[in-house]
Design a protein around this ligand. Sequence first.
Ligand code: ADP
Length: 323
Amino acid sequence: ITKIGVLTSGGDSPGMNAAIRAVVRTGIYHGMEVYGINRGYSGMVDGDIHRLEGRSVANIIQRGGTFLKTSRCAEFFTKEGRKTAYDNLKKHGIEGLVIIGGDGSFRGAQIFSNEYDIPCIGLPGTIDKDIAGTDFTIGFDTAVNTAVEAIDKIRDTADAHDRLFIIEVMGRDAGYIALHSGISTGAEHILIPEKKTSVEDLIASLKEKERRKKLVNMIVVAEGEDFGGADELAKHIKKEMPHQELRVCILGHIQRGGSPSCFDRVIASRMGYHAVECLMEERFNVFIGIVNNKMHYTPLDEAVKKKQRISEEWLKIVKILAT
Ligand code: ADP
């Protein structure tokens, strides 16, 4: 393989730039031509493909977002769209692809690599950490630290007024941001999509804590939680406990942005380097994870079937530490 393409797809995450940089520089080190594909699969379909040099990725390791830009691409769901994408890659002589994105992007890569003779390597770039086969994803550490910083600030004001805050963090179908940020800020309750909590149980617990005069300042809720998010939950609590001073804070997109943490830059660099090594060694159509601090390769065919699971032990820790 002498010509490869790199793209970022789906939701952006801090550290994607560091991963692109590692792919470009490792590829060039091995004498390859490296092409940047803009706006994810859309750039493949539209032919928005440009040669990158080592210098093209200077001064981006510390920047959030992705300088190649990203998108969701409807055409790539269709056979015709993928055919056009393939033809465009062929025009540039591209023989291998590195896709930095989430599980949706991996699904696209899996389908594409089964249809065409262009091997794909996935790198997990998502703040949600919702991919099985890796202990970490690029962007999770930064996102969760952003959430922690924000929640600490909310606690100061919550405590000053004896108010209860319901804080909604990102994680449509994964509760990792909620779990990690909730544990590390001492939230009294953490609600995640993986573990159903009934509103009645939650309110009973709040009332019990009220009887004990235990101050409850913070409930952290993942956006994908069953109640329909923080606003809905607030309505339920307000109805049952009308005297409770209550505020809602939805952290939103600040969790996606910002300069990547040292940790995310390092794993992005390691994964980007290994993506090119995989193409060199013909270890094709896998996504690269890190498990127990070692590189871990999961076939794309398997990657799209599995989901991360949250262990019961974590949930027990939350319960014990918040009483
Ligand atoms: P993420 O990668 O962050 O999970 P998405 O789920 O939006 O984000 O997926 C990103 C893109 O990957 C989609 O917009 C689409 O172009 C492509 N993709 C996702 N699923 C498929 C699929 N089943 N077939 C073809 N392409 C897909």
